[in-house]
Design a protein around this ligand. Structure first.
Ligand SMILES: Nc1nc2c(ncn2[C@@H]2O[C@H](COP(=O)(O)OP(=O)(O)OP(=O)(O)O)[C@@H](O)[C@H]2O)c(=O)[nH]1
Ligand SMILES: [Mg+2]
Length: 223
């Protein structure tokens, strides 16, 4: 087949996404907002971490959340109960958020926030350890969570996602006694991919290891 008869739709899809991601990034900078894109398998503890993080920071920092799920507004309801502006994006089965979706979410969130300054915006991506990694949303930092029940070999099996992270959080560490999960082994798998990757361990629901995560966020807010 001649070259001019082939259209690489995947490449153009990513180009389009990257163009919008650059616009999002500029918008976030103009708003003075630090944005974290949270990526993990379903159920790794993203929303639980956000609930506990918001409870710790909301009196000092303006926080907003964009939730992404295939269906339901359950996560947005959980965040709303914490008393911060939140928007739920439903993808109708889609396995990731992309930059145009976040643009729409940001416009809606700005309306919900009603003039309140957002210093920190969390984007909880659709629970999936493959697809979200390919889509830049314009975030400041990408955080990939790995929960203890998933097994310490996941960074080796899903390298693209873990390599794309700025921070890896090992979650549900209270469950280490009950699973064959070794924090050192998981950290080693991550560092094979990216030797200088910061890795923190915590159990949000037990309020363990939260101080280092909060300190990470506060350092981002100071810069
Ligand atoms: N033992 C333990 N369980 C936790 C912890 N954090 C969250 N969980 C539990 O893990 C389950 C999933 O937590 P969520 O916060 O909903 O996970 P999620 O990543 O937001 O899930 P999706 O949005 O569906 O991808 C819930 O039953 C939580 O109670 C923790 O620190 N320790
Ligand atoms: Mg969730």
């Amino acid at each position: 087949m001649k070259d001019e008869m082939i259209v690489n739709v995947t490449a153009s899809l990513f180009e389009e996404n990257d163009r919008q991601a650059a616009k999002n990034r500029r918008a976030f900078q103009e708003m003075g907002t630090v944005v974290l894109n949270l990526i993990s398998s379903p159920g790794s503890g993203k929303t639980s971490l956000l609930e506990r993080t918001i409870a710790r920071l909301k009196d000092q920092v303006g926080i907003g959340v964009i939730e992404g799920d295939p269906e339901t507004a359950r996560d947005a309801e959980r965040i709303r109960r914490q008393g911060v502006p939140v928007i739920q994006l439903t993808t109708g089965g889609g396995c990731h958020l992309d930059a145009p979706m976040v643009d729409k979410g940001l416009q809606a969130l700005t309306r919900v926030a009603a003039g309140k300054k957002l210093d920190l915006l969390f984007i909880e991506n659709v629970g999936n350890l493959v697809c979200p990694a390919s889509f830049d949303l314009g975030e400041t930092k990408r955080v990939v969570l790995l929960s203890v029940p998933e097994g310490s070999d996941k960074p080796a099996k899903y390298p693209a996602t873990f390599r794309s992270a700025d921070l890896v959080l090992i979650t549900k560490t209270d469950l280490v006694p009950y699973f064959d999960f070794k924090v050192e082994e998981a950290t080693e798998f991550v560092r094979i991919l990216k030797p200088d990757m910061p890795v923190l361990s915590l159990a949000a629901e037990k309020d363990e290891g939260m101080d280092a995560w909060i300190a990470y966020l506060q350092a981002l807010l100071r810069n």
